[in-house]
Design a protein around this ligand. Structure first.
Ligand SMILES: *Cc1c(COP(=O)(O)O)cnc(C)c1O
Length: 472
């Protein structure tokens, strides 16, 4: 499998090079040159397989022959061995044709563990094979950081630096990042919002000297392997509901749009998805884009679903590249216009395709709280605020006729309610049950450094602490 950059000016690379590079050298994102195809029979055979077996079959074509089959199988098995639910991604029925896919049974209680547990194993192996070390720098709106630290803590070949927006993550999220005591774990609380963290991260990757000096590697969903690790659960849910012989719709609480892009990829591979519904909180750039064809940024707003407090999402670029038929020249122009003016205009053909396959709606905090309460009342189910944005938007999409009542709709449940106890308590008047992993972190000392939103300050801090630099 070969990968190309969305900006069309970086070398074509194989899976492991893309895995270690993160962002392409032309500032674009890597996508497969051609999409593998799963026949109806191949999809039918996935139904009922143990999750890790299903995941292995779905990701194998993306890895190609770069990793021996038995080694890949072992990494995939290991990645999901630490999940606390035997089904890994259990599907819950909420109503006659409405389902929830619980993706929070991994070690940090959010769906980020699905890809991150696999990514850490893939990267460690690739680095060991090359006798190399790497410095991971990641930006988080709250959950990616915890998942990355959990997956990479204590690994010999990798230091991990996570930038989170200072005072804009929940206490549970912060403690997941700041309590691991391994020396290769470093937390930076940036004085800014998530968009600032992500912009700073991108400037670091776009600085060739720094990238080489630090041997930078990325774990944000700019890294193709993150997307890859999120495709299998779409197949697991859809085949459980009758695919390939029945269409299924998905509703996805969205921030950096990696998860919804993985759903788009599942459709490209042959899964019969009738609609992909993008659920956003008040940071509704994509809902506005879907209504108007204008991609227009605004200042990010802090909400009760903080992991989705993102305006400028990396993966929208991948989607535009696909919808434009791999037109890197058009995309370069679009991205330049967007970075210069804060607004990009979709072409008619991209806009039409975007609207045909996707729907997008927003839910504000009040509606999200009301949805948490309604789901508790109607289905005796406690949803976290991100999942509630999904469920509220799913109901809207049904009401508007965007998803037929005969089509099963799966909302992704992206986090455990205990990660966001205050928002849940505000809606229900009771605190969610705290799993043991969260309780244990309350008594541990925290380590993090507050830094100004300044490229040089952050880069110097990382250079001072990265083992790649110290040992060179
Ligand atoms: C990361 C995250 C999201 C958003 O996912 P994207 O892939 O960034 O769109 C939604 N909910 C939760 C709980 C998350 O951690």
């Amino acid at each position: 499998m070969k990968y190309i950059s969305t900006r069309g000016e970086a070398p074509v690379q194989g899976f492991e090079d893309v895995l270690l590079a993160g962002l392409a050298t032309d500032g674009g994102l890597y996508v497969p040159q051609v999409w593998p195809q799963f026949s109806k029979d191949e999809i039918r055979e996935l139904a009922g397989l143990p999750y890790s077996e299903l995941a292995l079959r779905v990701i194998t074509p993306f890895v190609g022959d770069e990793i021996p089959a038995d080694e890949l199988k072992k990494m995939v098995d290991d990645a999901y061995a630490g999940f606390s639910h035997k089904a890994i991604a259990p599907l819950k029925q909420l109503d006659s044709n409405d389902f929830l896919l619980e993706l929070f049974h991994g070690p940090t209680l959010a769906f980020k563990d699905f890809a991150m547990q696999l990514l850490a194993r893939l990267m460690d192996r690739a680095l060991a094979k090359r006798g190399r070390r790497a410095t991971i720098v990641g930006a988080t709106s709250g959950d990616t950081g915890g998942a990355a630290i959990e997956a990479f803590r204590g690994r010999d070949n990798i230091d991990v630096f996570i930038l989170h927006p200072h005072n804009k993550v929940t206490e549970v999220q912060r403690r997941q990042m700041t309590t691991p005591s391994e020396a290769n774990v470093h937390n930076i609380a940036l004085e800014g919002n998530f968009d600032d963290c992500q912009a700073l991260l991108k400037s670091m990757f776009n600085n060739a000297a720094l990238r080489d000096e630090l041997q930078l590697a990325g774990v944000n969903s700019i890294n193709w392997a993150r997307i890859m690790g999120q495709i299998p659960y779409y197949f697991a849910a859809a085949t459980a509901l009758g695919a390939p012989d029945r269409e299924v719709a998905f509703c996805v609480p969205s921030g950096n749009r990696g998860d919804i892009f993985a759903g788009f990829v599942a459709k490209k591979l042959g899964l019969p998805i009738s609609k992909l519904v993008i659920a956003t909180n008040a940071n509704d750039i994509l809902a506005r884009t879907l209504a108007t064809g204008r991609y227009e940024t605004r200042q990010a707003i802090a909400t009760d679903s903080p992991s989705m407090d993102i305006q400028v999402s990396s993966n929208f670029e991948r989607l535009l590249f696909e919808l434009s038929g791999h037109d890197a020249i058009w995309l370069n122009g679009f991205m330049r216009q967007f970075s210069e003016t804060g607004t990009g205009l979709l072409s008619d053909s991209v806009f039409d395709q975007f609207r045909a396959l996707f729907a997008a709606h927003r839910l504000d905090d009040e509606q999200t709280g009301a949805t948490i309460a309604r789901i508790q009342r109607q289905s005796d189910y406690m949803a976290d605020p991100h999942t509630a944005v999904g469920l509220g938007v799913a109901a809207l999409a049904r009401r508007k006729g965007e998803v037929a009542s005969s089509t099963p709709m799966v909302t992704l449940s992206t986090a455990h309610p205990a990660k966001f106890p205050d928002a849940v308590a505000k809606a229900l008047g009771v605190q969610p049950f705290q799993p043991e992993i969260i309780v244990a972190q309350k008594n541990l000392p925290e380590r993090y450094q507050v830094l100004a939103n300044d490229f040089d300050i952050v880069a110097d801090h990382i250079k001072q602490h990265a083992r790649v630099v110290a040992n060179s």
